[in-house]
Design a protein around this ligand. Structure first.
Ligand SMILES: Nc1nc2c(ncn2[C@@H]2O[C@H](COP(=O)(O)OP(=O)(O)OP(=O)(O)O)[C@@H](O)[C@H]2O)c(=O)[nH]1
Length: 320
């Protein structure tokens, strides 16, 4: 293969640079999906029904989902019957293009617009990695030279406020909090005023991931959104939904609920390092079209990456 790659990366970068590192992080998906694809498409296999059945099985096992898998495979088999693809490496190329076409529309970075404070409301069910993602995001923004304030509006779960305070302490970032059980909307009201008074660049609002009932949770989130909006009519500027990639297709049903209640504008997919379901991003992208802002690939502060479609596809696919 020539040293230059369709995505503009050199072969060296693919194995040792950004691609290499993301590949390492996606170890579980690599072990099953990527290795399986390598056996299937990088040898001298004939383009027969068995190959396409195995391709379908591999895509499904990586949680690409039934509809998206069908879309990808039927586009490839159509090209094969039109004699546009003659061998397995050509199918590899078509698969890469098909994946890129799905993911690229969702490759839209979170840009911090000039409005101050830029308000990011973070939502998601308990345990998905919401608090950790907020800490990583705050660190990411701080490293860009922005001043960040946090609002501890998950007043339902006892440890949530302490957890956020601990992160804020480590990052040397102010956090606006009250006690467990306090009115979340009141915390957000205080935080909005504090962020304005401090001239903070960004306010990140942590919210509850659980209430006594699902409807109770959605009501609270709607109320928080209204309080933010009352102080700044253009805010929140981003409603970021955090989803655990390991929950696979279930993440899609979570998205539906949050989207209906508070109008999600961006996604963060966490725990991609610990799951073989790295294909869920394709199902997400095709079914929702929402921007995938970040991916979480570990517990460290630097393990939140801005999503890049080409980088992700090349980390999923075996190196040709
Ligand atoms: N391996 C891995 N672990 C992660 C990632 N993101 C978060 N975690 C871990 O997931 C666990 C839950 O994270 P939290 O941030 O506490 O989750 P939460 O959504 O705030 O959940 P609650 O605190 O229960 O509301 C923690 O042990 C995190 O370290 C990730 O990208 N990869």
């Amino acid at each position: 293969m020539s040293p230059s790659h369709p995505s503009g990366q050199t072969e060296k970068n693919r194995s040792t640079g950004l691609f290499g590192r993301l590949r390492d992080k996606l170890a579980a998906t690599q072990r099953s999906f990527t290795r399986g694809l390598s056996d299937l498409l990088l040898g001298n296999r004939a383009l027969d029904d068995t190959l396409f059945e195995e391709l379908e099985t591999l895509l499904l096992s990586a949680d690409v989902g039934v509809e998206t898998t069908r879309h990808l495979v039927s586009s490839i088999t159509d090209q094969v019957s039109r004699k546009q693809l003659k061998d397995a490496p050509a199918v590899y190329g078509a698969l890469r293009q098909g994946m890129l076409a799905i993911l690229e529309p969702c490759d839209r970075r979170l840009t911090i617009a000039p409005e101050r404070p830029f308000v990011i409301m973070v939502v998601g069910v308990n345990g998905v990695g919401k608090t950790t993602t907020i800490a990583k995001l705050a660190n990411h923004l701080k490293n860009k030279g922005l001043t960040v304030t946090l609002a501890a509006a998950d007043t339902f779960r006892a440890a949530a406020i302490e957890q956020l305070k601990t992160w804020a302490g480590r990052l040397d970032i102010p956090v606006i909090a009250q006690h467990t059980g306090a009115d979340a909307a009141a915390v957000v009201h205080d935080a909005m005023n504090a962020a304005v008074a401090r001239k903070a660049d960004v306010l990140i609002v942590d919210t509850a991931g659980r209430q006594h009932t699902q409807e109770g949770l959605m009501d609270e989130l709607r109320k928080i959104r209204r309080v933010i909006n009352k102080t700044r009519p253009d805010a929140p500027h981003e409603v970021l939904l955090v989803l655990d990639a390991g929950t696979g297709q279930n993440a899609l049903s979570q998205l539906k609920h949050f989207r209906e209640a508070v109008g999600v504008t961006g996604l963060a997919l966490t725990k991609l390092d610990g799951t073989a379901k790295g294909g869920i991003l394709l199902a997400m992208a095709r079914q929702t079209g929402l921007p995938i802002r970040f991916i979480g690939v570990g517990e460290g502060m630097d393990d939140l990456r801005e999503f890049n479609a080409a980088e992700y596809v090349d980390a999923l696919l075996p190196a040709p």
